[in-house]
Write a protein that binds this ligand. Sequence first.
Ligand code: NAP
Length: 479
Amino acid sequence: MTEVLNQLFIGGAWADAADGATMPVDDPATGEILCHVADAGAKDARLAEEAAVQAQQEWARTSPRARSEILRRAHEIILERTDELAHLMTSEMGKPLAEARGEVAYAAEFFRWFSEEAVRIDGGYGTLPDGRNRMLLSRRPVGPCLLITPWNFPLAMGTRKIGPAIAAGCTMILKPAPQTPLSSLALAGILKEAGLPDGVLNVVTTSRASEVCEPLLRGGRIRKLSFTGSTAVGRLLLAQCADTVVRTSMELGGNAPFIVFDDADLDVAVDGAMVAKMRNMGEACTAANRFFVHRSVAEEFGRRLAERMGALVVGPGTRDGVDVGPLIDRTGRGKVEELVADAVERGARVLVGGRTPEGPGCFYPPTVLTDVSAESRLMDTEIFGPVAAILTFDDEDEVLSRANDTQWGLVGYVFTQGLDRGLRVSEGLEVGMVGLNTGLVSNPAAPFGGVKQSGLGREGGRVGIDEFLEYQYVAVPVR
Ligand code: NAP
């Protein structure tokens, strides 16, 4: 592996934190410290803001083709370094190498997608209905952005924001999660190599999130916040954005229903469940959180799912043949343990898993719970771990109303062989995305995002770049 970057990236240069602070990065598979990285404070935030603000005007004037080519080159470099980046990601986050390689490809694709979008930013020219005025419409970058990302997809959550920001001509400050700063710093190195001008991207790694971010959001120079993380933190940041009316995109938590009807192909449903539940060890906003299975097939579905889950190999993500790596940290694992204990206390049966192994690392076994009570805490809490909780239902209206009975609305999964039912239930779900007979919805070409308290705006797809653009309308009288 090449050198691990561990300093702040501000104005195109690598620097220590102004007060010299550093923070440890842990390997969740061993609990040992991997390395230390710079721990930015308020002064570093000001420097990053200054760099982003200074670079904005010139960057907005670069040609769309030039911005597109930078993204395209970065896409190629990321793919060339797949193994190196996958190892880095596994070491700081824990996911098995095969999944980390998959995330590298997914992350790179956002750059290719937005390199293609950069040159398709359009405007308009027309006559207004009164016939007396012309309307000229152009689209401009919103200005310097703050991008805040979580730890669960350390590379892809960054490229999903950086890609459209670069394509639109915005400068930015990226604040990655403190558990996984290394992938973001590696990304900054790659973008510099790809020719990104100094100051366009600045990366501040920090354990002092509010000290760094709040002054930026309240200061009036940052014009956009793009946040991915929990709904609780999202609410807090929306309030901070209100004073200076900072534009926001919020990709927040989920509580996905996974509905299996009696006419579903159970092989397809179990395959879908394995993806929707076990991608990223269940640490995904898209993870199936509540399995609603028709009473007539619930036992068979539970049996097959438990068999598949029980066969998965748990261990350090770098080891060959491992399917399930450690959870991110002891706090994350503790939450999963508490949710399972609560469900069991309320009558759930454990079909497989459910016991925390001895030893170092934050491992938790793939677990299937059945006969889960609707009162269990995991019904309205993101489990964020490898635990499938099964409830039964009897009819379509009932399951739709139970599935929608939540503050969240990111994604839902529906399994049925009936076309009409599949479309009807998909349309009835209060969510931004539906997997109909599939457990995977994420794709850079599709608009990703939720409704209700799962977020505002969309990332990816044709609309992803809109989040970073403003319209300007010029009225010109017809003379
Ligand atoms: P989190 O606790 O909300 O943290 C997300 C990011 O926000 C981290 O970088 C965190 O840094 C930062 N943050 C926290 N408090 C802050 C503050 N006061 N000011 C500025 N930044 C602050 O979420 P997480 O545990 O990392 O990630 C898991 C959550 O993300 C889940 O709810 C999941 O559903 C959601 N998620 C959503 C999507 C989506 O696309 N909808 C995708 C992935 C994940 P610190 O840790 O230092 O506080």
